[in-house]
Write a protein that binds this ligand. Structure first.
Ligand SMILES: C[S@@+](CC[C@H](N)C(=O)[O-])C[C@H]1O[C@@H](n2cnc3c(N)ncnc32)[C@H](O)[C@@H]1O
Length: 326
């Protein structure tokens, strides 16, 4: 019998996901997938802690160089005196990527319809995505670059008839929920967020510095708790300030299957009761009911952007591109 096949499969999948985005992580993940000693080390972690992103970030937190060959990672994991393991157990992958805003803003624009909106993010991490109105956007389309807003620039390649605004939607209120909200004024927490950025992505590290400054100038309301428990009362609170848009990106994948289903039903009920709109941005297998509404083949490695349960676009996971469905 082959041991560690699930962990090996997870790392092989991650190598595919990282292809073209991070040659280092592609190499590391593919190497782990074929390395029985390292697979045994990773398999000794609790299942939720075996993720490549978390293991690689913890190793880098303890000095493993990246981008760099696999050997140093291998030596660090197999020779770990407990420090890397402790970091993996203490911390989580809470990557907070404001680049995603370039793909979320078209959805917010449609839903705002000219009115100020209350933005409520589930799985907000440090809440950095709660400030769509504090950035400049440069959307490259087939007919030139469309711009809007002022502030640090977020760039995105656009295909299809995306509703790109000339004026950004106004935000009447912003707040979020997270199991472990990160405090933008805490240097250690922000250091960990920085370590979660993939090795070759200098542009994302620079953007993160800007995003932390934006949030520090006006720290967000973040509620600690499980999104399934906290969402209804926070929708109520947000609704006092304007029409509510609940949104999330790269979050629902962290829920067990039955909780994903519960969340999807909860959102559909809230939308049907006219208490909020819903913008989802997740991998295609995470909310299959949303993905099933998209025409044609699911492009590999993309997220599905949904509005009120219907797919409207394919997006790059870090916001580098959006393909609006025609
Ligand atoms: C990968 S981060 C994404 C952060 C942010 N949405 C973004 O796009 O930049 C996922 C976040 O979801 C949070 N999370 C996961 N499960 C959750 C749950 N059941 N309730 C609340 N937050 C959760 C994690 O703590 C983490 O901060």
């Amino acid at each position: 019998m082959e041991l560690y096949t699930d962990v090996a499969g997870q790392y092989a999948d991650f190598a595919t996901y990282a292809r073209g985005d991070s040659p280092c992580f592609e190499e590391w993940a593919a190497a782990v997938a074929g390395d029985s000693e390292v697979l045994a080390w990773v398999s000794s972690l609790p299942p939720v802690k075996q993720q490549p992103n978390l293991v690689f970030a913890a190793a880098r937190w303890h000095g493993v160089p990246a981008a760099a060959p696999y050997d140093a990672l291998r030596a660090a994991l197999l020779g770990d005196d407990g420090a890397i393991r402790a970091t993996i157990l203490e911390r989580a992958t809470q990557t907070n990527e404001v680049g995603r805003l370039a793909t979320l803003v078209p959805a917010f624009t449609l839903l705002a319809d000219g009115r100020p909106v209350s933005l409520l993010e589930v799985g907000a991490s440090a809440g950095l995505c709660l400030y769509p109105d504090r950035y400049a956007y440069a959307w490259t389309t087939g007919s030139g670059v469309r711009t809007a807003g002022a502030g640090p620039v977020l760039r995105c390649e656009v295909t299809g008839p995306a509703p790109l605004p000339d004026r950004l939607p106004e935000v009447a209120w912003r707040g979020g929920i997270d199991l472990n909200p990160l405090d933008v004024t805490d240097d250690d927490a922000m250091g960990w967020l920085t370590t979660l950025v993939w090795p070759e992505h200098d542009d994302r590290r620079a953007r993160l510095v800007d995003a932390i400054e934006v949030a520090r100038s006006d720290p967000p309301v973040l509620v600690r708790g499980d999104l399934l428990d906290e969402l209804p009362s926070l929708v109520e609170r947000a609704g006092r300030h304007g029409p509510v848009v609940v949104f999330h990106s790269a979050v629902i994948a962290y829920l067990e299957d039955n909780d994903r289903q519960r969340f999807s039903s909860m959102m559909r009920d809230l939308v049907a009761a006219d208490r909020c709109h819903w913008v989802s941005n997740e991998g295609p297998r995470v909310l299959p009911d949303v993905t099933a509404t998209a025409p044609g083949e699911v492009p590999s490695g993309k997220f599905v952007l949904g509005i009120d349960g219907r797919a409207v676009a394919w997006t790059h996971g870090h916001g580098r591109s959006i393909a609006w469905l025609g």
